[in-house]
Design a binder for this molecule. Structure first.
Ligand code: ZN
Length: 470
């Protein structure tokens, strides 16, 4: 048995012991050929000289621009994606339907009435309901965190406008997002459960610019729905200073939005069809929709461009297709709640999820990939280690963290598909995320090439190695 892996002898013994009584040795190790590794290196090096991903990204952000889920712009983006896949010569291009509620931002404004009257810069959170016409005006009930709001007596909140001022911390991994984002996703219903009229939060972002960060709010259907908005970081600081004077601070908030019945959108899929096992596919995921404020360059135009370019480089490299298919999936309506990916997982889970061999997602901006994590069968770890070795010259290290697959592809992981994470440097990602500043000029073309080089290393080896990651 060729053990080209870092599995220690003891681990292999344990693996064999656990396989006793099952198949003879279900986890038998399928070797990865040197030729596959050498070809992966050659495609990787080609990727480092190609600006195709940047050209795709410039095309999407210029010709379509912002593409709010379920809006006419998402429809345009889907037509763009179909045309781009065809132009690049993908073997198969198709769309799978997704039903998406249609939320529209109409207008948003806020101001301090007292003690120091002045306007505030806000943006409505995605899916926020409207305030009554003309807005609401009330005293602020200030909480440092979501947990503080949760612990508050209703008397401290009733009839007021809640303000949560937690500041997101900066990490390369984006680890500050999780703890901070609860104020955005769940703050409205928690505030409403205690009788608040509306909620404004400090933007979930790490910048100091006067640009608020939008993002989805999730309503608890058991609670009244109140309007929710984010203040830019400097505006949140301003409000905190005013509250420091110890007097009541009164604000006016006017948010107008509409929510209409779900409309039919599509996940757009382009495939390089495998030569030996065409029904088996490697999934490269991203999302095509964006928020409406910027042009969705880093979130997630970059992911669309990286995955499209990676598959295209592989098909352009040789006349011979890989052993199995490579499927690039541009999911619909991620920002409104992973809607495209959830419906994809639902549609495929009992049908052909077992033919989804492994997947990964690019949805963390355009910063360089620095680590590779996996969630695969131990008998396939030697393949993952080899992918990491091919990515080594790109500055990528092997992570022992368990991969989650990202927000969208993670939905397929829950349905049983093995996944990998090509972890990107997200140090600056949350400076731009969900703001008007998410535009093409923020993307470094060199970092984008590096991403594609890492993605071809993963995708080519996964598609060419005949073993299984489950
Ligand atoms: Zn995204």
């Amino acid at each position: 048995m060729p053990v080209k892996s870092r599995l220690a002898g003891a681990a292999v013994a344990a693996l064999m012991a656990s396989a006793i009584g099952a198949h003879a040795f279900a986890a038998e190790i399928t070797p990865l050929s040197d030729e596959t590794v050498e070809t992966a290196k050659a495609i990787r090096d080609k990727a480092l000289e190609s600006d195709e991903a940047y050209e795709i990204l410039a095309s999407l952000t210029t010709e379509v621009g912002a593409r709010l889920a379920a809006s006419p712009k998402e429809v345009e983006a889907q037509a763009w994606a179909v045309a781009k896949f065809k132009e690049l010569g993908f073997d198969r291009v198709w769309k799978e339907p997704v039903m998406v509620p249609k939320w529209t931002r109409v207008s948003e404004s806020a101001s301090v009435i007292a003690p120091f009257a002045q306007p505030l810069v806000i943006t409505a959170l995605g899916k926020s309901v409207a305030t009554p016409e003309g807005g609401v005006e009330a005293e602020i009930a200030h909480f440092a965190t979501y947990a503080d709001l949760e612990a508050a007596e209703p008397e401290a909140v009733e009839g007021k406008i809640v303000f949560i001022s937690n500041r997101m911390e900066r990490f390369r991994t984006g680890a500050g997002y999780g703890p901070a984002v609860k104020a955005r996703s769940a703050g409205a219903s928690m505030a409403a459960s205690k009788g608040a009229l509306a909620i404004i939060i400090r933007s979930i972002g790490t910048d100091t610019h006067r640009l608020p960060h939008t993002g989805g709010v999730t309503y608890d259907e058991a609670q009244p729905k109140i309007a929710a908005a984010a203040l830019s970081n400097p505006d949140a600081d301003q409000l905190v200073r005013m509250l420091g004077y110890g007097e009541a601070v009164t604000v006016h908030v006017d948010i107008q939005t509409t929510m209409e019945e779900p409309v039919e959108m599509f996940n757009v899929i382009g495939e390089i069809t495998g030569r030996t096992k065409p029904d088996e596919a490697i999934i490269l995921g991203s999302h095509l929709d964006s928020w409406d404020l910027g042009t969705g360059a880093i979130d997630d135009g970059a992911g669309v461009a990286i995955t499209m370019a990676a598959a295209n480089l592989i098909q352009d490299f040789s006349d011979q297709r890989p052993y199995r298919s490579i499927r690039v999936v541009a999911f619909a309506a991620e920002e409104l709640g992973l809607i495209g990916a959830r419906q994809y997982a639902e549609a495929h889970k009992d049908k052909d999820m077992d033919l989804h061999i492994i997947g990964a997602e690019s949805d963390f901006g355009a910063g360089p990939v620095w680590a590779l994590a996996s969630n695969v069968n131990p008998a396939s770890l030697h393949v993952v280690d080899k992918m990491a070795a091919v990515m080594g010259p790109l500055g990528v290290v092997r992570s022992d963290r368990k991969a989650g697959g990202g927000p969208d592809v993670g939905q397929l992981a829950r349905a049983g598909m093995p996944v990998m994470d090509l972890m990107q440097d997200g140090t600056d990602y949350f400076d731009l995320h969900h703001t008007a500043d998410d535009t093409l000029d923020k993307v470094d073309p060199v970092a984008l090439r590096q991403n594609v080089a890492a993605w071809v290393s993963f995708a080519y080896i996964a598609a060419e190695w005949p073993g299984y990651f489950r």
